[in-house]
Design a protein around this ligand. Structure first.
Ligand code: BDR
Ligand code: CA
Length: 325
């Protein structure tokens, strides 16, 4: 892609180790107009600081960072220090940022960019509070944005609960608004992201580059392996958020199927925060097999990831991170 062909994007995120990978993967290939921070893996004051720490690490202080919502729309806030550490980005010794925050709220930044940038795409890889607020605040926002590429939910199992994935569970009401907004959506859920791990070999590969940024990521991913591994039992943290970014850079890495997705918002439900995907048009291996007609067909509102080419995804991600000094 030449510079003029690079799609314009915003990254709405809660860094977060895998968010950090998403930011620098996007910055390498896409025209990143802003990073907007939201509560999630850590409190907002940490996620916006971490976004700036990552951009400073990658030498991309030209990308502005705005702080957004510090809590979910309705439910109480939950953070993930057990996975991402108290700072939200434990592991490497990254200094506190010196680049300033934008003097604007993230929701206003999202709305303004949707007005001024044609075909803007939004990566949403944290709880969906900022995006839902933009939809509610400006009725034209949902139709101006070309696509939301969401890391969240799952076609199968959850991680915070058997049913629910963290980003959706952390603000199900916001997710309900986003999935009902009518904007094209790509949903990259745990059913695919858990197939791509930052294994010890891959961390070694980053370290072996001898480059400062790649080594910092190896340190980050060592910490994240412990955080995620204590729950998953797997030998590395899952590369959740950069996979959503990869869907735009190389659309052949992740396979999707158009499905109807509803978010369970009922408190007390065992499925609270679940993305209920109408998979009745898929076969047992999640391949599209046509339209299911019995029991009432539902209209697709999202392209849901059903498979990933893990080796090619890692090559893309490694090459991007290794390209930084
Ligand atoms: C998601 O939750 C966070 O812990 C990660 O950053 C990712 O966005 C995975 O469930
Ligand atoms: Ca995230």
């Amino acid at each position: 892609m030449t510079d003029t062909q690079r799609p314009a994007v915003v990254i709405d995120c809660d860094p977060g180790h895998d968010d950090a990978l998403a930011i620098l993967l996007a910055a390498r290939h896409l025209d990143v107009r802003a990073v907007t921070a939201v509560h999630g893996n850590a409190p907002l004051e940490r996620t916006h600081a971490n976004a700036r720490r990552v951009l400073e690490l990658g030498g991309r202080t030209d990308i502005p960072v705005a702080a957004g919502c510090d809590r979910p729309l309705v439910r109480e806030a939950h953070f993930a220090p057990d996975v991402h550490g108290k700072s939200g980005l434990d592991g490497p010794d990254l200094p506190e940022p010196t680049m300033p925050l934008m003097d604007a709220h993230a929701v206003d930044v999202l709305i303004e960019l949707s007005r001024s940038v044609p075909d803007l795409e939004v990566f949403a890889v944290g709880p969906l509070t900022n995006v839902a607020m933009a939809i509610r605040r400006d009725p034209g926002f949902a139709s101006r944005v070309k696509r939301f590429r969401i890391m969240g939910g799952s076609l199968t199992f959850g991680n915070v609960t058997p049913a629910a994935e963290f980003n959706i569970w952390a603000d199900p009401d916001a997710a309900h608004i986003v999935f009902g907004a009518g904007t094209p959506i790509t949903m990259v859920g745990l059913n695919v992201t858990m197939q791509s791990l930052a294994t010890p070999d891959r961390r070694d590969q980053l370290r072996a580059t001898g480059r400062r940024t790649a080594i910092a990521f190896a340190d980050m991913l060592d910490f994240y392996a412990i955080g995620e591994g204590q729950y998953s039992g797997l030998p590395g943290g899952a590369l959740h958020d950069p996979m959503a970014v990869a869907t735009l850079i190389d659309p052949t890495i992740v396979t999707t199927a158009p499905l109807n997705v509803q978010v369970e918002t009922a408190r007390g439900s065992v499925a609270y925060g679940m993305t209920l995907c109408d998979g009745r048009g898929l076969d047992a291996a999640f391949r599209p097999r046509g339209v299911y007609t019995q029991g009432g067909a539902t209209t697709p509102n999202a392209d849901v990831a059903t498979a990933v080419d893990d080796a090619r995804f890692w090559d893309l991600l490694f090459e991007a991170i290794a390209s930084y000094a």
